[in-house]
Design a protein around this ligand. Structure first.
Ligand code: HEM
Length: 430
């Protein structure tokens, strides 16, 4: 294959060999249409391995915009660190789907939601909540999380079989934890779960997603009202109280920004962790000797979480970016205005970076997966997600060593159409 020099060589910049490969992978089309379906049940799209070996920076169409898929580990890290790429969804060239565009139009440019902001605004907002997710702070929550998980397992074991592990354990755990952090009363936890689930699904109509998003936003708005009237002034208080006392009152932040930050915590925090808890359990059950080993030796839990994050990479479409200026990634020129998708799932299975990347091994020494992203937007909540998942898998494996799937694997309803991969339900017996 001719070397890519990073210059616009031919006008269309795609050499003949690459064009042929793309046509083959895209079933005759000139460009790949993204996203591509995952391989059942835990693998990345089959095309990724071929992209890595033959066309690691591949042209694709994202919602009608010319874009590039980045397939190799080193290039993905380079892209996620690049200051030439923007995560700002309100950028006119950002590859947005119609639903997201409608949602953006309805709720405004997402003040405070720093996941989709660039520096310097991103860094200012992120710093306001960094303190809530330090390892020290989340480790202090571990006993409470342990108690929560034990209580949920007690309830499941006392109930009928088969049970739906997704509803009984995986969903309420992160939902409860994020509600603690935000100061959401217990009585409203179910409301949150339901709305957030709709918000993330791709197989529901856009208006349903939009309504869910509006209702969540309204709820948070009212919660802020309550905190303005009656804030908790303890420096270790819930995030909304702290933002009100430390930032809003001094005029460092607007009310809309408080709302945006709180909303980001909600949607980023529990859908991801809940899906990871259920899908990770399923992956462990498919490797029973490793599930057993984890139950017998809790010191394997941190490694198990890292390996599950790498192996499953549940964010289907994380990290879309748009080039603010011409830049070169993996030797390929990317022009200003073109979209970029760093394929973290491909990176996490890159044979150039990992030994036997398609083998699931909770004793694997590597801890450098990109399942939490990389660069300035790397997951803020990762210390919390780690503690929750370590407690979750280790406690389940220890307390329910006979846990097994109640239906054939083929009958498990996978979320093939959601932004975050997982299962709609996980029927289990023990
Ligand atoms: C297993 C669970 C989780 C996964 C797989 C996950 C994944 C990710 C990924 C891939 C990103 C980077 C997105 C990008 O670069 O565009 C991210 C960012 C983020 N995550 Fe998570 N996350 C998880 C749990 C959490 C939790 C528990 C919280 C908070 C309660 C959280 C809050 C955030 C925030 C605030 C950002 C934006 C960071 C920034 O833009 O600076 N996440 N997450």
């Amino acid at each position: 294959m001719p070397e890519k020099t990073g210059q616009d060589l031919s006008g269309d910049r795609i050499d003949a060999h690459t064009r042929e490969l793309i046509k083959e992978l895209a079933d005759g089309a000139e460009r790949l249409t993204f996203p591509l379906p995952r391989s059942f049940p835990f693998g990345p799209p089959a095309e990724y391995a071929e992209l890595r070996s033959k066309c690691p920076v591949a042209p694709a169409v994202l919602h009608g915009k010319n874009s590039w898929l980045i397939a190799k580990y080193d290039d993905v890290r380079e892209a996620l660190q690049s200051t030439s790429l923007s995560a700002d969804m309100s950028h006119p060239d950002y590859p947005l789907n119609p639903g997201m565009r409608a949602s953006l139009a309805a709720s405004g440019p997402g003040a405070g939601s720093f996941l989709k902001m660039d520096p310097p605004e991103h860094d200012v907002m992120r710093r306001m909540v960094t303190r809530d997710f330090t390892v020290k702070r989340v480790e202090a929550l571990r006993p409470k999380i342990q108690e929560l998980v034990d209580g949920l397992i007690d309830d499941m074991l006392a109930g009928p079989q088969p049970a739906d592990l997704f509803q009984a354990l995986a969903t309420p755990m992160p939902n409860t934890v994020i509600c603690w952090l935000l100061g959401v009363p217990q009585s409203d936890h179910d409301f949150f779960q339901e709305r957030s689930t709709y918000f993330f699904r791709r197989d529901v109509p856009d208006d349903v997603r939009l309504t869910a998003s509006k209702e969540l936003n309204e709820y948070v708005y009212n919660l802020i009202d309550q905190r303005i009237d009656d804030p908790d002034t303890d420096p270790e208080a819930d995030i909304i109280s702290r933002l009100v006392v430390e930032q809003l009152r001094d005029g460092k932040i607007s009310r809309r920004e408080v709302q945006g930050i709180a909303f980001l915590m909600l949607v980023a925090g529990h859908e991801t962790t809940g899906n990871m808890a259920a899908l990770g359990t399923l992956a462990l059950l498919q490797h029973p000797e490793q599930y057993k080993a984890l139950g017998e030796d809790p010191s394997l839990a941190p490694g198990a979480v890292e390996e599950l994050m790498r192996f499953l990479t549940i964010n289907n479409e994380p990290n879309w970016r748009v080039a603010k200026e011409d830049t070169v990634i993996g030797g390929q020129l990317i022009k200003a205005g073109e979209g970029v998708v760093p394929l973290t799932f491909s990176a996490n299975r890159d044979e150039g970076h990992y030994t036997a990347p398609n083998t699931f091994d909770i004793r694997r020494p590597d801890r450098d997966h990109l399942g939490f992203g990389y660069g300035i937007h790397q997951c803020l909540g990762q210390p919390l997600a780690r503690v929750e998942l370590q407690v979750f898998y280790a406690t389940l494996a220890r307390r329910v060593p006979t846990l097994k799937l109640a239906v054939p694997l083929e009958e498990v309803p996978f979320k093939t159409n959601a932004e975050i991969y997982g299962v709609h339900s996980l029927p289990v017996t023990w």
